[in-house]
Design a binder for this molecule. Structure first.
Ligand SMILES: N[C@H](CCC[C@H](N)C(=O)O)C(=O)O
Length: 279
């Protein structure tokens, strides 16, 4: 079975082309291959396939085998894969995901005919408790206290097709994410678990972020998480609608067209290596 390892802002996945490969149990495969010692190593696996609704489809599985509705960083890598591996020459691609169709805009270097950057219309930021889902008597959970191990965090919950809990605080470098992350991810108020973003505001156009991803643990970046954080930041009047989010794996640029409630994510995408696994 052939695969390619790719990364976007250091969020690394193992990519399979379903036009060439057949995968019966992607969940088990993701658990096996994501392991950084006994497998290939990655934050999960991504399947690129055909679609009736859009131009192509993407499915994404976390390192623990659970399927995510959407992945911003992977969607940019999918755009690069499709263009540079000759599956399309389109510069606007409609990508069918479990969170609906996402539109990808490819920026091509004319000299090398390679994809430099991708801008993704990530759709709407949804604050409704029911959509996220988060169990609360409030219809939206915005800047609400959540106490874990006697420390109170203030959380804002957002769906970007997948669930996010955003926390604004200082000193995020010192956070023990592997201790606090799982406690919020698996808190009973999140029936489908949640991704968790810790945000330090540098200025109204710059956010610094660390992320604990549902099903994969701490990753170097999370595109949907960066979008959720900007939307939460605007709602809490901590930032403007266009920001650079600084992550361990690099920078992402996020804009929120609030009038139409559409969030745009722009960032890099890279091939790392190709490989083959015995069937
Ligand atoms: N890293 C991804 C999101 C993965 C989300 C996944 N961990 C979940 O929702 O279960 C991103 O760039 O948007």
């Amino acid at each position: 079975m052939k695969f390619e390892k790719m990364q976007g802002t250091g969020n690394d996945y193992i990519y399979f082309n379903l036009f060439e490969e057949k995968i019966d149990n992607p969940s088990a495969l993701s658990i096996k291959l994501s392991d950084r010692h006994f497998g290939v190593g990655g934050d999960g696996i991504v399947l690129i396939g055909p679609s009736d609704e859009g131009d192509f489809s993407m499915r994404m599985f976390n390192a623990d085998g659970s399927e995510a509705e959407m992945c911003g960083n992977a969607s940019r890598c999918v755009a690069k894969y499709l263009y540079e591996r000759g599956l399309t020459k389109k510069r606007e691609i409609a990508l069918d995901t479990k969170a609906g169709i996402k539109y990808l805009q490819l920026f091509i270097d004319p000299q090398t005919d390679t994809v430099q950057r991708v801008r993704v219309n990530m759709g709407k930021a949804d604050f409704s408790s029911r959509s996220i889902p988060v169990i609360s008597e409030l219809s939206e959970v915005i800047d609400q206290p959540l106490t874990i191990d006697e420390k109170t965090y203030r959380i804002t919950c957002v769906s970007m097709g997948n669930p996010h809990a955003v926390i604004f605080m200082s000193g995020i470098d010192a956070l023990k994410l592997d201790e606090i992350g799982p406690k919020i991810e698996n808190h009973p108020m999140f029936p489908q678990r949640t991704n968790v973003e810790f945000i330090e505001v540098i200025d109204r156009h710059t956010l610094k972020m660390r992320v604990w991803e549902r099903g994969s643990g701490e990753t170097l970046a999370c595109g949907t998480g960066a979008c959720a954080s900007l939307a939460a930041g605007v709602l809490n009047d901590r930032c403007d609608t266009s920001v650079t989010v600084k992550l361990k794996g690099g920078d992402l640029h996020i804009e929120w067209d609030k009038v139409h409630n559409q969030v745009y994510l722009t960032g890099d995408a890279h091939f790392v290596f190709k490989g083959e696994i015995p069937d």
